[in-house]
Design a protein around this ligand. Structure first.
Ligand code: ADP
Ligand code: MG
Length: 697
């Protein structure tokens, strides 16, 4: 039985089938419930009145109380317009109408006083408002100070009288009808604890606020609710998983102690120690670990992963580590093999290009338990890869792997799901992490190893290129290597490829004495690999490349990163690229090349890069610039459910809502208590709604 909120909008007074069809199409709104959630995006302050002599050209809108002195029709035929001359005790101005002239002329009475509202335009020293809104002044209205909602609308809706005002009119009808039907969705004690407005009042106030204070509270309430239900869903997911899936108990730390004592080449940072502790606590808890380790490039995630592997191996389980590319997997293998050899552990590498005979051997050794650690690419996920007892699965560079692939890893152990550690070098703001990965536990390595020289970042314009070349030459003479990166995006691939090749040629000309490598996405993988290796082996001094080198490649001798057309890169990408240098003992540099004319956003991006090396700070700016919608992986997550809440601005509300959701789940995991009935009902409603959405799109 469809309830009130599922009623089709065509049945709302003032809408009808034609307008309804248009609203369906333009706003993707079908039902009363959906329309009710079409929130204003701002409010016009109708509490403020201007005197005519206070008006200036910078004002977006003004509201004046004025007397109509005279009406006049000027121009002929299609150029005809109506002009009203109005005045108050400070001056005079004009109002003009190009349409509906007769109707206006009948309504406006010379000598009477009205409230006019609209955008003032300046003509010489005079001001005029075209098609102002108007109302006769009565004392009642003067007192009825109120905020007017401004709704998102479209051109097509506007011509059918569904401009913001038109939407506001049907919304008034809807809110009036809906008000008695609106049910509370949050439990009493949550309302009380966070001092939240009742749902029905929040909805009424968000559309037609009585005053700024009540509007503020309404917005708070609705944001809270959105966050609350997203968090509740994630926490429930997590709870189900931890309850259902037992984890292998991995408690032994002999190997870890031995490694610490005899082989660890440096002191761990406090952040590394903390993250190891957090992971160890999970691994021995009897519950399956699903932990995300966030750490900026160079923060030392690999060693943390290795130490966790030692815990697993000490406890009689195997470990695998999966990387997104063959190059990365190989680098991990080479790096970790050194440690594994010292410890007398067996480690191997499995990628797409592993020979068949080697593959077979690896499969065998995995099954009989001889192999302790397997490093690899996606090849690890294949069904033929079976372990004797996989205890820990580590995934490097999360954003290249989907949830489905994580699930495939889980299936590699029939008795227990293996513990999963996901490592990402893409710092994301806490708010976003809580929403995207709310079902994972999160650890943060927020500290770089001591003694690192921070990378110096410099912004240069294209005209300074010769100077930059000179600097590059000096660095090469000091024995360093250099990356020069070009953007390559699908939309402008041909042009981009051309500028990459042009750049390559001009570098070859400028540095005739040095061998130069080039790598881009259109090359065959084998050729790419070959060129990459030449650079890794220091056979070439300069690597000209597109962003294929973005992820994880480690060439400690490379100390300069030149990014061409830097204004075209996103912040997180710039930060990732910069992370390719600064890995050795030398002072490293990142040079951002851009054209001279920059958009405001581009300038903010480049300035941010120059100002800070802190990935989390950069991620925060990025979130503010782009909004969460564009960030990776947001589609499948709860972010799409946020209509009014804003991850970049409402972090404190998110924290409160998560606390509330956590407390609720703890007290009533299955939402069976009578006082939480409304929560369950709302979750069911949202599910119904979600089905709806997929049908539409
Ligand atoms: P990322 O977090 O980007 O994966 P890596 O694990 O590759 O970083 O570490 C970067 C470099 O820092 C490696 O050469 C590693 O050996 C080194 N390193 C890691 N931890 C420390 C530490 N605590 N002190 C000094 N060097 C460290
Ligand atoms: Mg790494």
């Amino acid at each position: 039985m469809p309830g009130f909120f599922d009623t089709k909008i065509e049945f709302l007074r003032g809408v009808g089938p034609q307008k309804a069809a248009l609203i369906n199409k333009e706003l993707n709104i079908f039902t009363f419930g959906e329309l009710l959630q079409h929130y204003p995006f701002r409010y016009e302050d109708r509490t403020k009145f201007y005197k005519i002599n206070q008006i200036n050209g910078n004002l977006e809108h003004v509201q004046v109380i004025a007397k109509v002195r005279q009406l006049e029709t000027v121009g002929l035929a299609r150029k005809k317009r109506l002009v009203a001359y109005i005045e108050d005790d400070t001056g005079e101005m004009e109002l003009t109408w190009f349409k509906g002239i007769q109707w206006v002329a009948k309504k406006l009475l010379p000598g009477a006083i009205y409230i006019f509202f609209g955008k003032p335009n300046q003509y010489g020293r005079k001001f005029s408002i075209a098609h102002p809104e108007m109302e006769p002044l009565t004392t009642a209205q003067e007192e009825k100070s109120s905020f007017q909602p401004v709704y998102p609308t479209t051109e097509k809706l506007r011509v059918k009288y569904l401009d913001s005002k038109g939407i506001s009119r049907i919304m008034a009808t809807l809110v009036q009808n809906a008000y008695p039907q609106i049910q509370e969705t949050l439990p009493d004690d949550v309302l009380r604890r966070f001092n939240l407005t009742a749902k029905k009042d929040a909805l009424k106030q968000i559309h037609f606020p009585d005053d700024p204070e009540r509007l503020k509270r309404a917005r708070f309430r609705l944001k809270f609710e959105e966050f609350f239900f997203v968090q509740l869903r994630l926490l429930k997911l997590k709870l189900t998983r931890t309850e259902k899936f037992k984890g292998q108990v991995l408690t032994q730390i002999e190997l870890l102690n031995q490694f610490y004592k005899d082989h660890l080449p440096f002191d761990l940072t406090n952040a590394q120690k903390r993250v190891i502790r957090e992971s160890y606590n999970d691994m021995r808890s009897g519950k399956q670990m699903n932990r995300l380790i966030q750490g900026d490039v160079g923060s030392g995630k690999t060693i943390v992963a290795f130490i966790c592997a030692l815990i697993a191996i000490s406890s009689g389980a195997q470990t695998c580590l999966m990387a997104p590319t063959e190059i990365l997997a190989t680098q991990h293998f080479e790096g970790l093999k050194e440690f594994a050899d010292m410890m007398g552990l067996r480690i191997d590498l499995l990628t797409g290009s592993t020979k068949k005979s080697v593959r077979k051997r690896i499969h065998g050794e995995l099954l009989n338990g001889q192999l302790h650690i397997l490093i690899g690419t996606h090849a690890l996920l294949e069904d033929v890869v079976q372990f004797q007892n996989l205890g820990l699965a580590i995934v490097d560079e999360q954003h290249r792997f989907g949830v489905a692939q994580r699930a495939k890893l889980w299936a590699k152990n029939k008795n227990y799901y293996p513990h999963v550690l996901v490592m990402t070098a893409t710092p994301i703001p806490r708010t976003l992490a809580m929403t995207l990965y709310g079902d994972l536990d999160i650890s943060v390595i927020d500290e770089l190893p001591a003694g690192r020289k921070p990378i110096q970042t410099i912004h240069r314009f294209d005209k300074d290129r010769l100077k930059v070349f000179g600097f590059m030459k000096k660095e090469i003479e000091l024995g360093r290597q250099i990356y020069v990166v070009y953007p390559l995006i699908e939309d402008s691939e041909k042009m981009d490829l051309k500028s990459l090749m042009d750049g390559y040629e001009s570098i070859c000309r400028a540095f005739p004495q040095y061998p130069v490598s080039i790598v881009h996405g259109n090359m065959k993988p084998a050729d790419k690999e070959f060129e990459m290796q030449r650079f890794v082996k220091n056979e070439t001094k300069i690597m000209v490349a597109t962003t294929v080198i973005e992820v994880g490649v480690n060439v400690p001798n490379a100390s300069v990163m030149v990014i061409e057309n830097a204004e075209r890169f996103g912040l997180s990408q710039l930060h990732q690229l910069r992370g390719r240098v600064g890995r050795g003992a030398e002072q490293s540099y990142c040079i951002l090349m851009s054209k001279y004319e920059l958009s405001k956003d581009s300038r903010v991006r480049l300035d941010t890069m120059v100002r800070t090396n802190n990935g989390f700070e950069i991620a925060d700016v990025d979130l503010k610039l782009r909004g969460p919608g564009d960030l990776m992986g947001t589609q499948q997550s709860g972010v799409a459910d946020l209509l009014i809440a804003d991850l970049s601005k409402d972090a404190p509300i998110l924290t409160m809502a998560r606390d509330a959701a956590q407390a609720l789940i703890q007290e009533d995991p299955n939402l069976q208590l009578p006082q939480n009935a409304m929560v369950l009902r709302q979750i069911k409603n949202q599910k119904k709604h979600a089905v709806n959405w997929s049908r539409i799109s």
